[in-house]
Design a binder for this molecule. Structure first.
Ligand code: HEM
Length: 161
């Protein structure tokens, strides 16, 4: 294993953990607060979750950087190594669009959060609700796609390669 390959592998894995860990924690915290119906708790949790969302962005960037580096360093070809082709397709068609919508929702929540100050506003409640319902709708699809990506990468099945 070349040192370049090891570096990209390290970035890829650090990215996966930094992306999925804080995302799951933020999701669980916000979900509880939304379900509680307590506006003060919800406001507090949304603010407390900000660093977790920053980590999510950093994790995704590292994952991508490491993944692109691995593509280059491993010499694998998504057109002939079909497990990789399917993995990248799942990432591009399912995971990435979901993340983009999620980040756009978060940006709207953050703007409303800044405008709200210390009190819950209707605008903020509505934007948090939109994001909460979006996550609830895409949760299982994204979990299934990520699980498939991980299984494909670990077992590297020779799908017609
Ligand atoms: C949800 C996103 C992703 C997850 C969870 C993920 C996960 C993994 C895992 C678990 C491995 C296995 C490493 C091993 O067994 O040695 C791997 C390998 C790899 N990943 Fe990803 N990955 C993701 C996205 C990407 C993206 C976007 C790219 C490219 C831009 C990429 C490129 C690669 C390459 C080229 C390898 C193969 C390394 C090798 O076998 O030599 N991955 N990935």
């Amino acid at each position: 294993m070349s040192s370049q390959y090891s570096l990209f592998w390290f970035l890829h894995f650090t990215g996966i953990i930094t992306w999925l860990g804080p995302t799951t924690a933020a999701w669980a915290l916000v979900r509880r607060a939304v379900r509680s119906g307590d506006d003060r708790l919800l406001l507090w949790v949304r603010r407390a979750a900000q660093p977790l969302y920053r980590l999510e962005e950093i994790g995704l960037a590292l994952l991508l950087l490491g993944g692109l580096g691995l593509l280059h360093a491993s010499g694998l070809n998504p057109l002939t190594d079909h497990w990789l082709g399917i993995k990248l397709m799942l990432f591009a068609v399912v995971v990435l669009p979901m993340e983009i919508v999620h980040f756009r929702n978060l940006a709207k929540v953050n703007r409303a959060l800044r405008a709200a100050g210390d009190t819950m506003t209707d605008d903020l409640r509505q934007k948090i609700g939109v994001e909460d319902r979006y996550i609830a709708r895409v949760f299982w699809l994204s979990a299934a796609a990520i699980a498939a990506i991980i299984l494909l990468a670990i077992f590297k099945p020779q799908l017609g390669a």
